[in-house]
Design a protein around this ligand. Structure first.
Ligand code: SF4
Ligand code: SF4
Length: 492
């Protein structure tokens, strides 16, 4: 509040001033008033997360091992005569263990996306940013890169000291070692990524012989350098400013969502004290204001300020605080996974978990179970072959020898199994309709083949015009049949 004795002060963003500077009568201030310039640009402060150990840290590392074992290991796994998981874009085939998928199986990709989306909704409704804190590639690679950084440069205090000091030989080789390790992991990641699209054994040979194609080179280095940049340098900036999930996740939270929370009622008033001191006598809460929860936070926030969109729910602050509580001889859980309702109403674990299973969570579970069940059923009953029928536009209908009416079609027969199949083609829909070309066609394992199929009907079997017909394709090697619709044209 301004008084007659204090000149009026006005805060003006620098960007709003003429020329972005402070010249002239800034912002139309009254005579004698002071202007305080506030830059709207916040310079990035490098975060030096301190390493932490504890229950949630062990879970995070378990997820790092599990996800990376799958990611780095899967392309090397053989399945019969081929790579177990291979997305062969050139041949338009996706191999996933014993499944051979064609572009026509796009519906399964749609199903997978629906399952992923609802899993994310479910996990977020139950336990906030569980995905971000434990399995998101950004978190996982940042964790790996931080570990390598610690290996080369030491923990937080040593890194802070070294970065503030001058360049020495020791600093140079440690930084060099760190970047070497980062680049090695990043390029291996890029190589593995491309190994999902090109047989990885071939890619490995090409890599050693410096004989990779331009696209393979591009993607290995692009993906590798993106990993190097995101996990080495951008880190929390990706979560804070680039990831869209951080922006809309709050829409999926409610007061019964498990989030990392600071128990303000127990922790405040915060303050330093000796281990022997009685907090009640000093009128202090359980928080000793050691700042450890802030030092371990990978996004550099203070969980004691409440839920913030930057929080990725990693639980590092909970681990750090638990070690302090142990040292002080206080009960653990000053910072813990809990819900807003549980903290405010003092619920125990069982009561909190009961409230987590609320209607929206059950709806997500029901939708997920339905979609997963439908996909599993569809995959289990899927025929190991497919067919596409295309009318030959070059020849509509013609009169063949013997006065029969002939239409020509192109059929793409796709063998989605690991062994050769012999297909038999039939057609019906017009009286006397017959396959005049070879009705039996063999297609090799996981291959597809285009064949020209001639259909003939007796003259006068149907009036002139277009008549709906149906192709029936059966396989000698697999039960079931495929029906494909088309039309048979009778000329005037
Ligand atoms: S506040 Fe805690 S849970 Fe959230 S990101 Fe920081 S350390 Fe992780
Ligand atoms: S780690 Fe725990 S005790 Fe230390 S400042 Fe954070 S909340 Fe307080």
């Amino acid at each position: 509040m301004n008084t007659p004795s204090t000149p009026a002060r006005k805060v003006i963003p620098i960007a709003a001033l003429p020329g972005g500077g402070g010249g002239g009568n800034a912002g139309g201030l009254p005579p004698g008033a002071d202007a305080e310039m506030v830059s709207l640009y916040a310079a990035h402060k490098k975060i030096y997360p301190r390493s932490v150990s504890g229950f949630f840290s062990r879970w995070r590392w378990a997820m790092v091992f599990l996800t990376q074992l799958v990611f780095y290991g899967l392309p090397w796994l053989e399945w019969g005569q081929r790579q177990a998981v291979l997305f062969d874009l050139g041949a338009r085939r996706f191999y996933i263990f014993n499944l051979v998928l064609y572009p026509q199986d796009f519906i399964y990709l749609t199903g997978l996306l629906v399952v992923s989306a609802f899993s994310l909704f479910l996990f977020t409704a139950v336990a906030g940013r569980l995905w971000c804190g434990y399995t998101c590639p950004q978190t996982v690679y940042t964790e790996i890169f931080l570990w390598l950084e610690k290996l080369a440069e030491g923990d937080r205090a040593a890194r802070l000291r070294r970065d503030a000091g001058p360049w020495t030989l020791d600093k140079l080789w440690r930084k060099g070692a760190k970047h070497f390790l980062w680049l090695a992991v990043a390029l291996w990641t890029g190589f593995t990524f491309v190994g999902y699209f090109t047989p990885i054994h071939t890619l490995g040979r090409e890599f050693v012989q410096l004989d990779m194609s331009a696209w393979e080179n591009f993607w290995v280095f692009f993906y590798g350098l993106a990993t190097y940049g995101n996990a080495g340098f951008m880190r929390e900036q990706v979560c804070k400013h680039m990831c869209p999930y951080a922006r809309f996740q709050s829409a999926m939270f409610d007061k019964d969502t498990l989030i990392v929370t600071y128990d303000q009622g127990r922790g405040e008033p915060r303050g330093a004290r000796s281990k022997k001191a009685e907090p009640a006598k000093l009128n202090l809460g359980a928080c000793v204001d050691c700042n450890l929860c802030v030092q371990v936070c990978p996004t550099g926030i203070d969980i004691r300020n409440g839920l913030q969109y930057e929080c990725i729910g990693c639980g590092a602050c909970a681990d750090a605080c638990d070690t302090i509580m142990d040292k002080m001889g206080y009960a653990r859980g000053l910072v813990r996974y809990s819900t807003e309702n549980a903290v405010h109403q003092g619920w125990g674990k069982a009561q909190t978990l009961r409230h987590v299973l609320r209607p929206r969570v059950l709806v997500y579970v029901a939708i997920l179970a339905t979609v997963v069940g439908a996909m599993a059923l569809s995959l289990a009953t899927r025929l190991p072959f497919k067919v596409d029928v295309v009318r030959d536009r070059g020849s509509l209908a013609r009169i063949a020898s013997g006065g029969r009416i002939e239409n020509v079609y192109r059929l793409q027969l796709m063998n989605a199994s690991e062994s050769r199949q012999q297909f038999h083609i039939e057609a019906r829909g017009v009286p006397g309709l017959q396959v005049a070309s070879e009705p039996d066609v063999a297609v090799g394992a996981t291959e597809s083949r285009w064949v020209a199929v001639r259909l003939q009907a007796p003259f006068g079997a149907a009036p002139s015009g277009s008549h709906p017909i149906e192709f029936e394709i059966t396989s000698q090697e697999a039960p079931g049949r495929l029906l494909e619709k088309s039309v048979f044209v009778v000329p005037h």
